[in-house]
Design a protein around this ligand. Structure first.
Ligand SMILES: C[S@@+](CC[C@H](N)C(=O)[O-])C[C@H]1O[C@@H](n2cnc3c(N)ncnc32)[C@H](O)[C@@H]1O
Length: 206
């Protein structure tokens, strides 16, 4: 079996992990108290292997999916996706065989739209917190649009401001194509630029 390659992460990624864990805990407390909500889910669409090596200490630190598993009260279901098969397999091995945890090896956009979002219908009183944490601006706009329209899914999108400024901000908005594409050929959508504040006349993020 191919050996899993863990990421070495800087302090800013550790801060991110901390923020996401605190947010997920508050979300779970709130959802658990809503009597009409029958199920609240955690979705980690770019889940990673479940642990990283800290650049500061050289020690292993838990990644976002393992942090989510520690949240109290617990999420009713966790859906963890990674394109890298060795990472998905390692994540499953670390977590063990649990029927509340679903691990997918596949592309986040496809798995979210074709499988996971179908379990989060507003009408079924299901709600979800969905973490989008890609390396680059590689999320298809359709994912964010669909989550927004469903009203049942809260999206936590982590992206690099430098990436947004370099790839999405156009100094001359008149030249922006009707359907902008990201670095992997995926649709970013003009509305991605709208939510990012990167439309006409927008200034780079600071
Ligand atoms: C920034 S890391 C995720 C870190 C993790 N959220 C954490 O904080 O512990 C991004 C992950 O996305 C995975 N990935 C890259 N492209 C992907 C895709 N199209 N679909 C799903 N996963 C992808 C990579 O293999 C990598 O493990």
């Amino acid at each position: 079996m191919k050996k899993v390659k863990y990421d070495t992460i800087g302090y800013w990624s550790e801060v991110k992990l901390d923020i996401v864990q605190k947010y997920a805990s508050a979300y779970s407390v709130i959802m658990n108290r809503q009597k009409e909500i029958s199920k609240h889910l955690y979705i980690d669409a770019f889940a990673g292997a479940g642990q990283h090596i800290s650049k500061r200490s050289g020690e292993f630190v838990p990644g976002s999916p393992l942090n989510a598993l520690l949240v109290k009260p617990p999420f009713k279901e966790l859906h963890l996706i990674d394109l890298d098969g060795t990472r998905a397999t390692d994540l499953r091995r670390t977590i063990g065989d649990r029927n509340d945890v679903f691990v997918y090896k596949g592309d986040a956009d496809e798995v979210l739209l074709q499988q996971v979002f179908l379990r989060c219908h507003w009408e079924d009183f299901h709600r979800a917190l969905c973490l989008l944490d890609p390396y680059a601006l590689s999320v298809d706009w359709k994912v964010i649009e669909t989550a927004g329209k469903m009203r049942s899914i809260e999206v936590f999108y982590n992206f690099m401001i430098m990436d947004a400024n370099m790839n999405v901000l156009w100094r001359n908005p008149e030249k922006v194509p009707a359907e902008p594409v990201g670095p992997h050929g995926q649709s970013l959508g003009r509305s991605f630029m709208a939510i990012s504040g990167l439309c006409k006349g927008a200034r780079p993020f600071r």
